[in-house]
Design a protein around this ligand. Structure first.
Ligand code: UTP
Length: 292
């Protein structure tokens, strides 16, 4: 079995739920306190053992490339002022992983975005981190998926049980339990954005999947699905029906950075643990709560 070394982060979407800001600032670079959302995705991949990352971008998203590059002006200024901690942080960001960028050119859906990565992936298994899903967990979620893959040798999707109204916005999975496993299932079918009555369960794919390169031929043969887009779920559905795919109910709190409320919640949670903001923010939230 080949080791999982590569990750794709599709981040080319238009981010219409975050308009008007997303028209000029890409949502993946919106800050969670003082680091952009994309930093947390790259960090999760690196902490899971991933060495090579391809970020799928689009027009107006070049700022992501700048963030992961060296910044000689800042580095020189920080060195001159003796700010060694800040300097170390900037240098670490620029050398986190081998990060490359590829433009999707047309935003035809998540399946189409992943399909652009065929030559980057080659014949290796890989993880996909959806560019607007941030997950804070004890063990990085990519690592949780890789552990399941290494145990059973099959593609894995990260899932959570969610309220039924969310299922209709995301996806729904048909699963069977696996003997001796409490959070891992065999998934035999799935549906993207099911209409009422079409749901298999309240288990939805949330932001992380581990796939094998066979997926690319399937992606190439996809017809447009829900919303007229080429849906990754439709490709994974075929794998599920033919070979079975694993569904892992992962440990971790997921925040949808593509939504205003998810963005606010992630900032509050991180602000409550950031050394520079935690005390004042806690007091502020308490005083606000008295008026609510
Ligand atoms: P979403 O559907 O959540 O993102 O796609 P979106 O299309 O940007 O959001 P809205 O609905 O307009 O607000 C999940 C992930 O897939 C990426 C997005 O950037 C997001 O990270 N994506 C989506 C692409 O890279 N390309 C696409 O064509 C569509």
């Amino acid at each position: 079995m080949k080791a999982v070394r590569k990750a794709i982060i599709p981040a080319a979407g238009l981010g219409t739920r975050m308009l008007p800001i997303s028209a000029t600032v890409c949502k993946e670079m919106l800050p969670i306190v003082d680091l952009p959302a994309m930093y947390y995705l790259v960090k999760e991949a690196v902490d899971s053992g991933i060495t090579d990352i391809l970020i799928i971008t689009g027009r107006g998203k070049g700022i992501m490339e700048d963030f992961f590059d060296h910044s000689p002006e800042y580095e020189a200024a920080l060195a001159q002022k003796g700010k060694s901690e800040e300097l170390k942080t900037l240098r670490e960001i620029a050398s986190m992983a081998n990060i490359s960028f590829l433009r999707q050119r047309e935003t035809k859906g998540l399946g189409h975005a992943v399909g652009r990565a065929r030559s980057f992936v080659g014949d290796e298994p890989f993880v996909v981190l959806y560019g607007d899903d941030i997950i804070f967990s004890k063990t990085p979620v990519c690592r949780q998926l890789i552990d399941a893959y290494e145990k059973y040798g099959k593609a894995v999707v990260g899932v959570k049980g969610v309220p039924m109204e969310w299922v209709r916005k995301y996806s729904s999975l048909k699963v069977d339990s696996i003997e001796g496993e409490s959070s891992l299932y065999t998934c035999t079918d799935m549906i993207e954005k099911p209409k009422a009555g079409e749901e298999f369960s309240n288990l939805s794919i949330l932001g992380r999947v581990l796939l094998t390169p066979e997926i690319f031929d399937i992606i190439d043969s996809l017809e447009p699905g829900a919303g007229g887009e080429y849906q990754l779920t439709d490709a994974m559905k075929r794998v599920a029906r033919e070979d079975g795919i694993l569904a892992l109910e992962f440990e971790g709190e997921r925040y949808d950075l593509g939504s205003k409320i998810g963005f606010l919640k992630a900032n509050i949670v991180k602000g409550l643990s950031h050394p520079e903001t935690k005390d004042e923010l806690r007091e502020y939230i308490k005083s606000l709560a008295e008026e609510l």
